[in-house]
Write a protein that binds this ligand. Structure first.
Ligand SMILES: [Fe+2]
Length: 326
């Protein structure tokens, strides 16, 4: 009897260690390998949990998760856009996250049903050449005659499209359609991507550009004297949309506690500083000293929107085609 018990205890202990030693996670990551690999290696070293990553485009991975359904090998989905998280959430594939994780973040950085959290923030801004004097305070100003031919945008870019989806939910379909049409008639210049918009601003091809905040930060890092600045529109304007990169845990994960450890790891001060230093994104937690002010600023200017609604990309693409922008 005695030996049976000690045998059972030894077996239990061995099982426990085997479980933690071999704990393994599969992450579907829409964030690039170059960006997240160092952080994931650090997580593995600190926790002993092995992580396998499938890298891909955020939308492509969201589609894969929806196709795989309950058969997916993924424990976590790391998206570069709230719309993709919203789509996977709507398909009921994400597990509820515990309150201690949800409550550690401001409302705009988590979904209202508690199934995903942001790992960093990415804001839409108005970038402008410093020679420009009269700056618009609203997106709608840019469609007025005095701004004719002075604005650049990137209609094929994913973050532009998320912003248009946000605008549709905030301003309605008709007003958004009208704005897109007016902008086009007003000679808005289409660029392939956000970096080209910043370059065009530096070259004075255009005076204003609708872009994400971190592109100028990257350029400033290389050319501190670039003649480009950026600002937010008036508070609540859809042109100030704060989109996110974020994480959700799959319902079907058999490693939920390890998956939650992964989520918490990405919300630590060190990880948050990493995103800030590597790609100039916004932290999603307070307590990073000088960053708190910037975080408060975006909380203040960002439009009030349920980020899950950014999943409605299809209608946005349709609208962009109908208005001749794609
Ligand atoms: Fe980007």
């Amino acid at each position: 009897m005695k030996s049976f018990f000690s045998g059972a205890i030894i077996a239990a202990i061995l099982f426990f260690f085997a479980e933690s030693a071999f704990a393994q996670l599969t992450v579907y990551s829409g964030r690039s390998k170059a960006l997240v690999e160092p952080l994931i290696e650090k997580f593995e070293a600190e926790t002993g949990i092995r992580v396998r990553v499938r890298y891909g485009g955020t939308t492509q991975l969201a589609v894969a998760l929806m196709e795989e359904g309950r058969r997916t090998p993924a424990d976590l989905f790391w998206a570069q856009d709230a719309g993709a998280l919203g789509a996977v959430h709507q398909s009921r594939l994400l597990a509820s996250l515990p309150d201690d994780i949800m409550d550690s973040l401001p409302e705009i950085f988590r979904n209202s049903d508690g199934t995903w959290v942001a790992t960093s923030g990415r804001a839409r801004v108005l970038a402008y050449n410093t020679k420009s004097e009269h700056l618009p305070t609203s997106l709608f100003d840019l469609a007025k005659p005095e701004f004719r031919g002075r604005t650049g945008w990137a209609p094929a870019n994913a973050s532009f499209q998320s912003f248009v989806t946000a605008m549709r939910t905030i301003e309605g379909e008709e007003r958004t359609r009208q704005w897109l049409t007016d902008m086009r008639r007003n000679g808005a210049v289409a660029y392939n991507n956000n970096s080209s918009i910043i370059q065009a601003l530096e070259a004075e091809e255009i005076e204003f550009g609708l872009t994400n905040h971190y592109y100028l930060e990257r350029v400033r890092n290389i050319r501190p004297n670039t003649p480009v600045q950026q600002k937010f529109f008036e508070s609540g304007n859809p042109g100030n949309l704060v989109n996110v990169a974020g994480l959700g845990v799959l319902n079907t994960s058999s490693n939920k506690s390890a998956a939650l450890q992964f989520v918490k790891f990405m919300l630590t001060e060190d990880s948050q500083r990493y995103f800030l230093n590597q790609v100039f994104e916004y932290p999603v937690i307070t307590g990073l000293g000088e960053q708190d002010e910037k975080l408060n600023e975006i909380l203040e200017v960002s439009p009030d929107i349920d980020l899950d609604l950014l999943r409605d990309l299809e209608e946005t693409l349709k609208l962009l085609r109908e208005t001749g922008l794609l």
